[in-house]
Ligand binder design. Sequence first.
Ligand code: SAH
Length: 218
Amino acid sequence: MKQPVERFAAYRQALAAKVHASGVKHGKTLEAIATVPRHAFMDPGLHAQAYEDTALPIGHEQTISKPSVVARMIELMHKPRHPLGKVLEIGTGCGYQAAVLSLLADEVYSIERIRPLHDLARAKLRPFRINNLRLIYGDGILGLPQAAPFDGIILAAAGLGIPDALLDQLAIGGRLVAPVAKNEKEQQLVMVERMSSQRYQRTVLDGVFFVPLQSGVV
Ligand code: SAH
């Protein structure tokens, strides 16, 4: 990843320290948080808040996710002592998490259903010249069968359940991490590991708050 000259290095380190303090221990994930300039994915009016550990608006009623939650999900997607091969992200938004993932996986595919956000992410990511990241405009509920199977799948938006197509496209031994709505107000982080072609092991973790997973493209 090409790193443009900028003056936020100390802020990025401080953000990685906050993410560490929130409980994330995975060294490579923390390093990636300390490397990606989060402000570059946001509106200039929000740059002053870019290194706070909070979700912030990116337009179209969507948000850039909270860094400690991004890191927690990426940490969960890693199996101990297994480097990440091919990863699929549902919900590119402005492209921040996709940039973080590009530092941790061999290949990253990221799908967004809102055309102007897909275009925004493309523009925001261009200066970094990341060559292992592909952005796709489409409905992530369908996954990306042409690039499957994936060693890791991460959802940045909460559905009522986990779409079957995504479970099908998970490699055996791979992990999917998603926020899942429990009811109108509550969501939980769920990690699913594919144990064999038919068997999936599901673990329910922390309470979270994400924008909704919606079907179709706009
Ligand atoms: N990954 C982003 C978070 C963006 S918010 C980050 O780095 O901060 C979640 C995004 O998921 C929104 O942009 C929303 O439009 C998108 N989304 C919701 N449902 C989707 C679907 N079915 N397919 C693809 N993207 C979807």
